[in-house]
Write a protein that binds this ligand. Structure first.
Ligand SMILES: [Ca+2]
Length: 334
């Protein structure tokens, strides 16, 4: 009963967090047009981030670009999730395929035939990014949550896209490393492809806000909040948890703990970039340029182009509550 009561409270919270369109039918809040660039199919947090985008009424998801993976495998995961969400209107673009062997969500798409997907799957992710940015009559928000060779190639092919896009990304480590360690680490998205991260973090975007490990590395749902997500009957959230259950045994640290998936999420790094596309209310910010080293460090450099870094939480608890409420809410409209 307590759980039911809490579900009702969370749904109420989600409703209150939504734009006030019901009260103001003549002037609905404009939605934020978003391009997602994701290395989905490796760490499971990208799947959480995509579901979060699909659950966010503020967002108008215009394009999903797969990056830094086997783009066919990645497109299958995105396609199946969009189909479950009833959002096959959102085009998928295949990024530059990398020779990567990580296919830890493969079981989930093993019998899924991408050729039968009713939506559009564009073969050239670089072109799709350039075309979407240059054709837009308003600034788009680029949610970038993985190593980004496809994005870097798009910037090289058409540098003017930077002037059309706002960046909300998950990159680097400023003061805090993995697991809250009080010194910076080479963060995966940067370390995997430092040249691409350097291109991304120094491009002249309209606006750039990034969650480094300092904030995103601390997000993990546990206890009652996680229990609500784990037990949700919502088709999209069920697909998310199904993916998580299949993914966990493919990661040694998760596989060795038989209670892990039953009791908590993994670290949900990428969900914070999705949040930053909509709001900065729950974080504290620092503005600095960074130098990206070959080892994948992001070192403050006042001479570099400034980026806004979400280096602290005003309320991590508030974020985790918001995230839970969002995932428990019905999927956003088209
Ligand atoms: Ca990612």
């Amino acid at each position: 009963m307590r759980t039911l009561f809490r579900s009702v409270l969370l749904l109420l919270a989600a409703a209150l967090a939504a734009p006030a369109t019901a009260a103001e039918p003549r002037s609905p809040a404009p939605r934020i047009p978003v391009i997602l660039d994701t290395d989905i199919g490796d760490d499971i947090d990208d799947t959480w981030a995509l579901v979060l985008l699909l659950k966010s009424p503020e967002v108008d998801l215009r394009l999903v670009v797969t990056d830094y993976g086997d783009s066919g495998y990645q497109a299958q995961i995105v396609a199946r999730l969009l189909q479950i969400a009833g959002r096959t209107d959102i085009p998928i673009a295949r990024g530059l395929s990398q020779a990567r062997t990580d296919r830890s969500q493969e079981e989930w798409i093993r019998s899924y035939d991408l050729a039968k997907y009713p939506g559009r799957v564009l073969p050239d992710g670089v072109r799709a990014i350039v075309d979407a940015a240059m054709a837009a009559s308003e600034p788009l928000t680029l949610v970038a949550i993985g190593p980004c060779p496809t994005l870097a190639a798009a910037l090289e092919r058409e540098p003017r896209i930077a002037g059309k896009l706002r960046l909300a990304g998950m990159y680097g480590s400023i003061h805090v490393g993995y697991g809250g360690k009080p010194s910076a680490d080479p963060e995966w998205n940067v370390k995997a492809n430092p040249a691409a991260a350097r291109a991304l973090l120094t491009a002249p975007w309209l606006d750039a806000v990034v969650t480094p490990l300092d904030t995103c590395g601390l997000v993990q749902l546990k206890g009652e909040r996680y229990g609500l997500i784990r037990d949700s009957q919502d088709p999209l959230v069920r697909a998310l948890i199904e993916n998580y259950r299949l993914w966990c045994p493919r990661k040694d640290w998760c596989a060795k703990d038989s209670e892990y998936v039953a009791s908590k999420s993994s670290t949900l790094f990428d969900t914070v970039a999705v949040y930053l596309a909509m709001s900065r209310d729950l974080v504290t910010l620092e503005t600095t340029g960074v130098r990206v080293t070959e080892e994948g460090m992001t070192v403050a450099d006042p001479a570099a182009r400034p980026v806004v870094w979400a280096t602290g939480w005003k309320s991590l608890d508030g974020f985790e509550e918001w995230l839970t409420a969002r995932l428990m809410a019905p999927a956003a409209r088209r």
